[in-house]
Design a binder for this molecule. Structure first.
Ligand code: 0A1
Ligand code: ZN
Length: 882
């Protein structure tokens, strides 16, 4: 292969079991800033299920091999081959043997943040998906499970804290030196992607947790010195997660200790290493003065997510990386349920669906679309996507809807029991639900294989004379990359028929379907469902709770939607009814704006929003969601092609102004009524009151009156917590150009020492929808607070510009596309994963109008042509242009 040749993709169909197994791994890691030494002792044996007489092929990446012995005897240079990506023992004896491999790596030079690296001086590791090969030579695949013992040694001064997977075994001084060591043993066989170690100067908080069967677990959260007060909420969330998993899934913790370490430089949110979770500090550290309600909710969810992986991911892991959704989709589903139980279930569902539609639907509609279980990849790091995570969770949720609570739990129990200790597949998972419930899930499995969002069209017809009601359902699935032909899916459509009195009518289906439970089982391209004894014309409430991740189209009138907004017993559909009306107005208003015309805001919509606002029986957090006007991305997605972001922005701004004007007195009254009472607490009820009050503040300011801007200024100055302070700052930054600079400066002055708060300040400025945003972002890259080497800073500034400022990212002159492309090219040499993620912001480029589309394409081509582009970025750019 020539130097620049692209390696072929990895294919699911080519899976072969490993030729060699590893029973135990002994690691001796001697930490050093630039030359850390790793001695790995691997007890290996041929896999009876592998190919006979195979060589031993171990993955490696940027390793320097120092020595190699087999059963204690140094290997002759002719017995093995070392390449940049592998160490191969050509003809090893076909029996159990022990390899000892000594490698040296440079953690300080590791800017990819994969393998062993340093974050603000702390040694830490990230091995998922393929980072362990950057520590030692190893079969770096999730189906090789071994028991690990790790000895970590470091200068005591530099790294007084030494942490590993599993339980602590011993520790002490290295005699005659300034060094010390700690030994950790993890009794649970695991794949190498779950390996971790940490060495550094860290403070900690500790607590004990007693499991359901009475075992004591020592919990520790380690943070940068001086930040322990900010770790309390994470600890609380951890204990609640541990209890919840026992109660809801029967999953108990299985080691003597559970540690969490927060680091400042991390490519993702957090990582579920066995007994030693490593977190982006953004998802651990919180205080009322530095974290918003949304930050608290994210911390709770991510702490839970990583903890839940202990069973779904660690005790049962993935056979290969194609099965990523097996652990991720299931674990997201579990963390969603945890948060729903801890907070408001309807509000949690609404925000999860908004996330799904905002991120996953566009992914599924563009060139980066892929199945929940992809069947080929060039770079696995690019598959930690909204489709694998969020759509993966929706698929698990559909299983629950189909099987009912008990059937679902029976399937989960069987899965946890049957596959404990296994590296499993999606087929294994589905078989447990099929076996436990006596059902056939063959067609359901298409959710894992077919990409794209199914389109479901429903029309209803009431036969007055026959006293029956018919729902005609049609499903289609458009072609997606690599999939031109599609099969019909199983769509569990939860429904209700709402009578004129606002109550649900009893469902009496004509056929043998299980529609009595309120779930229609749609399996055919076209299907009709007939209900008997329907004496009055009902309003259908469809896809209740968003029971299936589909795009639903109906012929429902605005009047019927307004009726649902007021009466539907399903809170999600109450929310969705006004969103549907608003969205359809915004689509038309955008078309009008492009034609130089203006559409007045529909009175009915304004009245419905007003009624929701004034309905004192509703949960404030729900009202806040219901009052939000669909985002510009929502409108762009709905329009689908020939998208003009400026016209969308104009239409949306105009609608917000109209709502503001019409509802000003009510908004001001609700704002006043929800003034803070007592000291800040991050609980859901208090957060809901703040959300409603802040939504009112924002809508009022959308009117641009002096009074409303003065209110925002006072809110900013009077805030005693970050939620209110930052919300008011955003209102001022977006709606009050004359007050903006002073407010931004005051905020920066106050929080300049706090990188996580500075990220909010960077992100906000990157989102201002005006032409100066570009120069502002460029200027901020030179600000002392900004660092290209820190993923949080880059995501805050460049990621927010590309993902949350559509008019400026897609500027008609192409300068926004160029700015992001330049950043990607620059970052790619240091941190390819980060570069590839930023590049994915171009995912909807084909849906833009021709001028912007051409500029996006040119920017992508410029990235593609960069010599030495990483496999990560070239995979994204190749598929985007593909
Ligand atoms: N398994 C983690 C996600 C994760 C994936 C890759 C990483 O490498 C940089 C880090 C974290 C989770 O689902 O939380
Ligand atoms: Zn996960």
């Amino acid at each position: 292969m020539s130097r620049d040749a692209v390696p072929p993709p990895v294919r699911l169909g080519d899976y072969l079991p490993p030729d060699w197994l590893i029973d135990t791994v002994h690691l001796d890691v001697r930490l050093h800033p630039t030359a850390s030494r790793i001695i790995a002792r691997l007890a290996m044996r041929p896999n009876p299920e592998g190919r006979e007489g195979s060589p031993i092929v171990l993955d490696g990446d940027e390793l320097s091999l120092k020595s190699l012995t087999l059963d204690g005897v140094p290997l002759a240079g002719t017995a093995y081959v070392v390449t940049p990506t592998a160490l191969t023992l050509l003809a090893p004896p076909q029996r159990a043997l022990t390899l000892e491999i000594e490698t040296v790596v440079n953690p300080s030079a590791n800017t990819k943040l994969m393998g062993l690296y340093r974050s603000s001086g702390t040694y830490c590791t990230q091995c998922e998906a393929e980072g362990f090969r950057r520590i030692t030579y190893f079969p770096d695949r999730p189906d090789v499970l071994a028991v690990y013992t790790t000895r970590i040694e470091a200068e005591r001064e530099e790294a007084p804290v030494l942490l590993g997977n599993g339980n602590p075994v011993e520790s002490g001084a290295v005699e005659g030196t300034s060094r010390h060591y700690a030994v950790w043993h993890d009794p649970w066989p695991k794949p190498c992607y779950l390996f971790a170690l940490v060495g550094g100067r860290l403070d900690r908080i500790t607590e004990d947790f007693v499991t359901a069967t009475g075992k004591k677990v020592a919990l520790g959260i380690y943070v940068e010195p001086g930040k322990t007060e900010r770790a309390g909420y994470a600890m609380d969330a951890l204990k609640r997660s541990m209890r919840w998993d026992e109660e809801v899934f029967g999953c108990e913790y299985d080691l003597d200790v559970f540690n969490i370490v927060a680091v400042a430089d991390f490519n993702m949110g957090a990582m579920e290493n066995k007994g030693l979770n490593i977190f982006n500090d953004k998802y651990v550290l919180a205080s009322p003065q530095t974290a918003t309600d949304a930050d608290y909710a994210n911390i709770e969810a991510i702490i839970a997510h990583e903890y839940f992986h202990n069973w779904t991911g660690n005790r049962i892991t993935c056979r290969d990386w194609f099965q990523l959704c097996l652990k991720e989709g299931l674990t997201v589903f579990r963390d969603q349920e945890f948060s729903a139980d801890a907070r408001s279930r309807p509000v949690k569902r609404i925000s999860d669906v908004r996330l799904l539609k905002g991120h996953q639907f566009p992914e599924d509609a563009g060139p980066l679309a892929h199945p929940v279980r992809p069947d080929s990849y060039r770079e696995i790091n690019n598959f930690y996507t909204a489709t694998v995570y969020e759509k993966g969770a929706e698929v698990v949720r559909m299983l629950k809807t189909l099987l009912g609570d008990e059937g679902f739990r029976a399937g989960m129990d069987l899965y946890l029991d049957r596959h404990d200790g296994d590296a499993a597949t999606v087929e294994d998972f589905l078989a447990c639900f099929a076996d436990a419930n006596g059902v056939d899930l063959t067609q359901f499995a298409l959710w894992y294989a077919q990409s794209g969002t199914p389109q479901v069209t429903v029309s209803g017809c009431w036969d007055e004379a026959g006293r029956s009601y018919t729902l005609d359902v049609v499903q289609t699935l458009a072609p997606t990359p690599g999939q031109s032909e599609k099969l019909p899916m199983v769509i569990p459509l939860a429904i209700g028929l709402v009578g004129p009195d606002g109550a649900d009518m009893p469902l009496t289906p004509d056929d043998g379907s299980n529609a009595e439970r309120g779930v229609l089982l749609v399996t055919q391209p076209r299907q009709s469902f007939v209900f008997r004894d329907i004496a009055q014309r009902p309003v259908p409430s469809l896809n209740r709770g968003f029971s299936a991740p589909v795009k639903l189209t109906t012929d429902m009138s605005t009047a019927d939607l307004l009726f649902l907004a007021r009466h539907d017993s399903d809170p999600f559909n109450r929310f969705d009814a006004t969103q549907t009306i608003a969205l359809s107005h915004l689509v038309q208003a955008t078309a009008a704006a492009r034609a130089g015309a203006a559409l007045p805001a529909p009175d009915a919509l304004v009245a419905a929003l007003g009624a929701t606002l004034e309905d004192g029986t509703l949960d404030p957090a729900f009202v806040a969601q219901a009052l939000s006007i669909p985002s510009e991305t929502d409108v762009a997605r709905e329009i689908g092609e020939d998208v003009d972001p400026d016209a969308i922005h104009h239409a949306r701004t105009t609608l917000r102004q109209a709502v503001s004007g019409a509802l000003a007195p009510a908004l001001a009254a609700i704002y006043a009524r929800h003034a803070p009472a007592g000291i800040y607490s991050p609980d859901a009820a208090s957060a809901g009151r703040r959300a409603l009050r802040n939504t009112c503040l924002d809508l009022l300011a959308a009117g641009g009156t002096e009074e409303s801007l003065a209110r925002a200024q006072a809110h900013f100055e009077g805030a005693d917590n970050m939620t209110d302070c930052f919300f008011a700052l955003s209102v001022l930054a977006h709606a009050a150009p004359q007050a903006r600079e002073a407010a931004l400066a005051a905020f920066h002055e106050r929080f300049r020492e706090d990188p996580l708060v500075v990220d909010k300040w960077l992100a906000l400025q990157a989102q201002i929808a005006e032409p100066q945003a570009l120069e502002r972002v460029r200027g901020l890259t030179q600000h002392p607070a900004f660092a290209w080497s820190n993923p949080n800073r880059v995501r805050a500034l460049i990621g927010s510009f590309a993902g949350l400022n559509p008019t400026q990212f897609h500027r008609i002159d192409g300068a926004g596309h160029d700015l992001v492309a330049d950043a990607v090219i620059d970052i790619d040499g240091r941190n390819p994963q980060l570069a590839a993620r930023l590049l994915a912001a171009f995912k909807s480029w084909r849906s833009l109008e021709p001028v912007r589309r051409a500029s996006a394409e040119a920017a992508l081509r410029r990235v593609a042509e960069k010599p030495g582009l990483s496999p990560d970025a070239s995979d994204i750019v190749g598929r985007s242009l593909g």
